[in-house]
Design a protein around this ligand. Structure first.
Ligand SMILES: [Zn+2]
Length: 160
């Protein structure tokens, strides 16, 4: 396995610093409930990680040898115990593109009965939430901004 070379900060032309020397990616894991409504897996990030204490989707820095799908799946496996073999990738959605740094979402569908494994220490809690209502949770600022576009992509992914 190639080494992790994505961990590190980027000083971006926007004036901010972003985590992920080659950008970052997150997995929007979607499943269809019995009534057909889509729900997505949210991760409560541990307080000690960057932007910790908020709810987001599992994700993190992309390594140089990875595409966004590989990075998002790897992070979701590590952080949320997602079984990569159970995930059918449906779409990618660009969340942020500042030139010097970008964040991409990967929308992946999992069967309703698929189990999650053990989450790592970066994860305080995991929760499935319906996409049709904005969660009443302290969302990570990026997820809060992108929620409506991701909800639409999640509905398309499960055909609702
Ligand atoms: Zn920036």
């Amino acid at each position: 396995m190639a080494g992790r070379d994505g961990d590190g900060w980027v000083s971006c032309r926007c004036g901010a610093r972003h985590w992920g020397r080659h950008g970052a990616a997150g997995l929007v894991l979607v499943r269809a409930r019995d009534d057909g409504a889509a729900e997505v897996l949210l991760q409560h990030r541990a307080g000690w990680v960057h932007d910790g204490g908020t709810w987001a989707v599992p994700g993190g820095a992309r390594d140089s040898h990875e595409d966004v799908v590989a990075a998002a799946l790897r992070e979701a496996v590590e952080e949320a115990g997602v079984q990569a073999a159970d995930v059918v990738v449906a779409a990618t959605v660009t969340g942020t593109d500042h030139g010097d740094w970008r964040y991409d979402y990967v929308v992946g569908v999992v069967a309703a009965g698929a189990a999650l494994g053990a989450a790592n220490a970066e994860t305080e809690a995991l929760a499935w939430r319906p996409v049709d209502e904005r969660p009443q949770l302290p969302l990570h600022h990026g997820l809060a901004r992108d929620w409506d576009r991701l909800a639409a992509a999640a509905r398309r992914a499960v055909g609702t």
